[in-house]
Design a protein around this ligand. Structure first.
Ligand code: BGC
Length: 423
């Protein structure tokens, strides 16, 4: 199988850097919400090992890397910025450039500085300007080193997990607040989209690309004959993802979302960022997993066709190149990751959609939010005690795939054939 898609890897600051900054996830740890009791202040110690990590990436032939910056680290107090943090990120981006690795920079990936959270975070429409202040600062500091930006990672997951299910910080259970957070984040994305373009133009740079990373699932009724299941499927898809994509991509705010401030309808993305992991089976206003289907080590269904279905839905809304900004799986012993990668890439290649990039989640094992260090998504394994990195079989597969621009039958026989999904 030939693969024309540019293959990269993804990560997020809180999940790899370590270092103990004053943010919502260090606070969530202090409050005892990490299942295995691990502390994000350790993570992969990327703070000190960044060079080794970039070297490893380069050795594997990876030339596209989606990474994020830690807001709490750059702006530890409102309006006061830490120059040493700026220098650290500049050094990282410069080194990536030297190694021929193109960054896609995420400006917000789940974590808020505590000072921002304490003023209401994204549940407070008045804070849109505070987020934009940070975006402006970041683009002024790093705008010469990267052309490509993700404004916000997964506003729907952030809103639902933090404000509806209550499992992410701040641990609220209010559907109305979850919709408000999605609405505020959509406004943030749209305004950041225009701001980043304006700033970069003033700085004299062309080729600016801005989008957001949308988490989408395929929602299926548990029984297609059951009207209640079907109604819930429509409601859940709209509440979880369809209203949000219309708001973020088009500036169209439909129920249950609300427009805060002046936002014109338009086209607010230069690429369609899609994070895809699984399908949800619906029988109530929540999500579920079908019986007798392949699942990963967190119990999520493995449903490769879904990646093309979700990408196709985004493309119907807006004709832009598709970037799979995340796709990967929790496979603690690396027993089926090669097959997972192959099946998802095959679904994309067969779809005929204009998929330009695929960023595998994740480059290394990392701090997986509430699961802590116990859920492993990396192509590279991390021994958290010694911080030793080892390329997994799936990492070797990915590297060979990049070098060959596809998967030969020998590669298929070596890496994919021996692997089976568990169920
Ligand atoms: C998030 C990542 C996370 C991954 C696996 C995505 O929803 O953006 O931060 O690690 O899923 O759970």
């Amino acid at each position: 199988m030939n693969i024309d898609i540019k293959l990269g890897v993804a990560s997020a600051a809180t999940q790899i850097e370590g270092g103990g900054f004053s943010h919502t996830w260090s606070d969530w740890y202090e409050k005892g919400h990490i299942k295995d009791g691990t502390n994000p202040s350790r993570a992969c110690d990327h703070l000190n090992r960044w060079k080794e990590d970039i070297d490893l990436m380069a050795e594997m032939g990876i030339t596209f890397y989606r990474l994020s910056i830690e807001w709490a680290r750059l702006e530890p107090q409102e309006g006061s910025y830490d120059e040493s943090a700026v220098k650290w990120y500049r050094r990282l981006l410069e080194y990536m450039k030297k190694k021929g690795i193109t960054p896609l920079l995420t400006l917000h990936h789940f974590t808020n500085p505590l000072w921002f959270e304490n003023m209401g975070g994204f549940a407070e429409p008045a804070n849109i300007s505070v987020y934009l202040g940070f975006v402006e600062y970041a683009v002024r500091q790093f705008g010469d080193l990267t052309d490509e930006y993700v404004t916000i990672n997964e506003p729907n997951v952030f809103a639902v997990m933090g404000y509806f299910n209550g499992v992410f910080p701040p641990g609220l259970r209010s559907m109305l607040t979850a919709f408000r957070v999605q609405s505020v984040m959509a406004a943030c994305h749209i305004k950041a989209y225009s701001l980043i373009h304006d700033l970069r133009k003033k700085m004299g740079y062309a080729n600016t690309k801005v989008g957001f990373a949308h988490h989408a699932r395929v929602f299926m009724p548990k029984s297609k004959w059951n009207l209640w299941h079907r109604l819930c499927t429509c409601l859940v898809s709209r509440m979880f993802q369809n209203a949000l994509t219309r708001a973020c991509l088009k500036g169209r705010f439909i129920f249950p979302l609300k427009k805060y401030g002046v936002i014109r309808q338009g086209e607010y993305a230069d690429f369609l960022g899609l994070n895809y992991y699984t399908r949800s089976t619906v029988s109530s206003l929540g999500d579920g997993v079908r019986e007798n289907v392949p699942i990963n080590d967190l119990g999520w269904e493995i449903f490769p066709e879904g990646i093309a279905i979700c990408a196709g839905e985004l493309y119907k809304l807006l004709k832009r190149p598709i970037y799979i900004t995340e796709n990967g799986t929790c496979d603690n012993n690396d027993l089926f990751r090669c097959r997972y990668i192959y099946d998802h890439l095959k679904a994309l290649v067969d779809s005929g959609l204009p998929v330009e990039r695929y960023y595998h989640w994740c480059f290394t094992d990392n701090f997986e939010w509430c699961e802590g260090e116990s859920a492993r998504f990396g192509l590279i394994s991390v021994d958290y005690e010694t911080q030793k990195r080892t390329i997994k079989k799936s990492g070797q597969f990915y590297s060979v795939m990049i070098k060959n621009k596809g998967i030969t039958s020998e590669m298929f026989n070596e890496y994919v054939t021996p692997q089976k999904y568990r169920d």
